[in-house]
Design a binder for this molecule. Structure first.
Ligand code: MG
Length: 445
């Protein structure tokens, strides 16, 4: 498997493309870029994490950086600790929802964000040229460790909700942490929210108990346990705990798109104002904004967490997110956050007195279909142009591929940034209509 490089970092297979040489040279490159500044490092629970971390730390130390190691920490906790330490940058060692053979290195700016493309290009240029600023012995610093990331993160995620109101409900919650980095943080949060917690796959071994992406086919055990335990809700984190999927009180997987929708229901009411979501996120959030009225509306961004955050900043949004179960609340950290999502959904349940299943059923339902096909870069450009032409009379957004909005649905066509693949997604009130929207673009190929 070749190394995947993108603006958000690198990802490779252990023993093949993700090697200690790569990690230490990326550490040297990032340390050189930061001029030997302060760097906070967190990692998910993969067994390869200590190897990658050790090599990366060596590179950072060699370039004079002050390194603060969190060891196992979720992605949002790492981003938060970059802010709390007023660090010059951060690194997260994770391959997110990918299987255990993978690991990845993601850089963060001093704001806890993925570096913008031009900054990422500079870091990779230093890496490719091996233009490292190695310091002399007098400038090599000791490694510091900070064991408070989990507690700090939980405090921050509790700070955005009414803890006594939720705790008074004494909810029973099942948490599936898939043996990832979010287990301790997630459990602590739910306990402080007064929940009776049934914790599945809690140990941060990185030996994922099931395929780690929190999609319906991988969460059959969680659904069964919620039912058996008579729990009020089930939560599933991905291995770096930025994404969250929800199971309702009947053991029904309600889908990752609903995580953002439910949080939006709470946030638009509690903090009326704009929100941001990427172009591929369900229009449920637009319906919820419209129902809330006033200044509530949704700005759409290009796909990618950094783009959502940029749109949030540009429009002064109190929150934002992506349809893959990722809620971003900048009061905690400017990244997707499963703890924030759990807090908000429990708050919504507590203040409405409704079950999560009832709350989900109140939201107008859509059918979303996602397809992809192999397609060369040149062909992708042609298909995008043809789509733009065909639907010239409709509402078009082409900041990232082409999204066409119809009164009753939308279709979004975009090329992959890393592979020769074209993705076509559509959402409509019925499966037939969504399929027809897909077919309308397919016939242009
Ligand atoms: Mg993730």
């Amino acid at each position: 498997m070749p190394l995947m490089m993108s603006v958000s970092g690198v990802r490779g297979v252990i023993g093949e493309s993700m090697t200690p040489v790569l990690a230490s040279e990326l550490g040297c490159a990032f340390g050189t870029y930061l001029n030997g500044g302060k760097v906070v490092i967190g990692r998910d629970s993969r067994p390869s994490g200590p190897m990658v971390q050790s090599a990366l730390v060596a590179g950072l130390l060699a370039t004079g950086c002050e390194v603060i190691v969190l060891d196992v920490a979720s992605t949002p906790a790492t981003a938060l600790m970059v802010l709390r330490h007023k660090a010059d940058g951060g690194v997260i060692i994770t391959a997110s929802h990918n299987p255990v053979i993978w690991n990845g290195i993601k850089f963060l700016t001093s704001e806890g964000l993925a570096p913008p493309p031009e900054q990422a290009a500079k870091i990779f240029d230093l890496y490719h040229r091996k233009a490292f600023n190695l310091v002399d012995v007098e400038r090599i610093k000791p490694v510091l460790s900070d064991p408070t990331a989990a507690a700090t993160h939980v405090e921050a995620a509790l700070g955005i909700v009414n803890v006594p109101q939720i705790a008074a409900k004494r909810y029973k919650a099942v948490l599936d942490s898939v043996n990832g980095a979010g287990g301790e943080e997630g459990r602590l949060l739910l306990e402080k929210l007064g929940c009776q917690v049934v914790h599945m796959n809690a140990e941060p071994t990185g030996r994922f108990a099931h395929t780690p992406e929190p999609t319906v086919e991988n969460l059959t055990d969680l659904c069964a346990v919620v039912k058996r335990e008579g729990a009020a809700i089930g939560f599933a984190q991905d291995p770096d705990a930025d994404r969250l999927a929800i199971v309702d009180e009947n053991g029904r997987y309600i889908g990752e798109e609903y995580t953002l929708a439910l949080c939006a229901k709470y946030m638009f009411a509690a903090h009326p104002g704009p929100a941001a979501a990427n172009l591929s996120t369900s229009r449920m959030i637009d319906d919820i904004a419209a129902a809330a009225g006033g200044p509530c509306r949704v700005y759409r961004s290009a796909v990618g967490e950094a783009n959502v955050v940029e749109a949030m900043k540009a429009h002064g949004c109190a929150f934002g997110g992506e349809g893959n179960g990722g809620i971003i609340d900048p009061r905690v950290a400017p990244v997707r956050n499963s703890l924030v999502a759990m807090s908000m959904v429990l708050q919504l349940m507590a203040q409405t007195g409704k079950t999560v299943g009832q709350l989900a059923d109140e939201i107008p339902a859509y059918v979303m279909i996602k397809t992809k096909a192999e397609c060369s870069k040149e062909r992708i450009a042609e298909v995008l142009e043809a789509t733009r032409k065909k639907y010239a009379r409709e509402r078009i957004n082409d900041i990232d591929g082409v999204r066409v909005d119809f009164p009753d649905g939308w279709v979004h066509v975009r090329g992959s940034n890393t592979e020769p693949i074209i993705r076509i997604m559509a959402e409509a009130p019925t499966k037939e209509r969504a399929e027809a929207l897909i077919a309308g673009v397919r016939e242009l190929m």
